[in-house]
Design a protein around this ligand. Structure first.
Ligand code: C5P
Length: 286
């Protein structure tokens, strides 16, 4: 039996812009993403036998090919012909599920990175990302992580300077979101505002945390159903009132996050929000 344990960090969108609908049904995106220390842990073990088994600490998650971690292992096997006997994947989930934080995509990327290491496949990050994009649009970004610009349907990734060191509070409100539904809402709407992606890139170049925080922007906030938008606004305001330099929803939501210069302010915000929200997390930039 051989085993490896890999971290799968959560992703936040510092900016998220949708430029239009493509002929393949996907949308053309322009996003600045960053990884934070909140992470799942993925343990891969290969041994005698065959097949792929998945277990997690959350009983309600699918453990078959619908789980992106299993899909990633299958795609890697198809792409490389790698032979590993039985593969057991265990995921200790900490990243909230269906939250806009790319938890499933990050687990899938961790499976690709982990199997590459465990089986000594020698695949480059680019090759892993190429396999990853057949699993989901965010997987190529999650293969490398860090701070990056993602374009195309999200799978074209260019590294950027790291987000300046900061503390991050994430709060996931209790309502669900449907990603395809939010994209459909965008299709029928002329957006009033778009993020200042160029300004965000300059702020990252300058290591200017205040400049980054000022430019946090996600076009999906505008197309949330009104009651949901109010809830997101309330959470953003609560984070700002607690001293966040900026606050924004990530991905298609519903998770909202705030960036803090000082740990003390982040801890105060985390404690204040714990009573209002089912899931609140305190972590750092990576
Ligand atoms: O690529 P992924 O499977 O993560 O996408 C999930 C869904 O999100 C797609 O089926 C599509 O409805 C929507 N999507 C999109 N444009 C993108 C990425 C995702 O419309 N660039």
């Amino acid at each position: 039996m051989a085993s490896v344990t890999v971290k799968a960090p959560a992703k936040l969108n510092l900016t998220l812009d949708v430029l239009g609908k493509r002929e393949d049904g996907y949308h053309e995106m322009k996003m600045v993403m960053t990884s934070v220390s909140l992470a799942d842990t993925v343990t891969l073990t290969v041994g005698p036998g065959e097949g792929i088994t998945l277990s997690t600490n959350l009983g309600f998650l699918p453990v078959d090919g619908r789980n992106l971690a299993v899909a990633a292992a299958l795609r890697l096997q198809e792409a490389t012909g790698a032979c590993w006997g039985n593969l057991s994947i265990h995921i200790e989930k900490r990243i909230p599920v269906c939250a806009g934080t790319a938890g499933g995509s990050s687990d899938a990327a961790a499976v690709l990175r982990g199997l590459n290491e465990l089986l000594e496949l020698g695949l480059s990050a680019e090759e892993l990302a190429g396999i990853g994009k057949t699993v989901g649009s965010d997987v190529p970004y999650c293969v490398r992580g860090g701070t990056a610009l993602a374009t195309g349907r999200g799978e074209e990734v260019s590294p950027l300077p790291s987000l300046p060191t900061c503390h991050v509070v994430l709060a996931k409100p209790g309502f669900p979101v449907s990603t395809p539904e939010l994209f459909a809402q965008l299709d029928g709407k002329r957006l009033r505002c778009h993020p200042d992606t160029c300004g965000m890139l300059s702020a990252l170049e300058d290591g200017d945390l205040q400049g980054v925080a000022r430019r946090l922007f996600n076009v999906f906030e505008e197309v949330l159903p009104p009651r949901r938008r109010d809830q997101v606004e309330e959470l953003k305001q609560a984070l700002l009132d607690a001293g966040a330099l900026g606050a924004c929803m990530t991905g298609t939501g519903p998770t909202v996050f705030g960036l803090f210069q000082e740990e003390e302010g982040a801890v105060t915000a985390w404690e204040a929000l714990k009573g209002h929200c089912p899931d609140v997390f305190l972590c750092q930039s990576l």
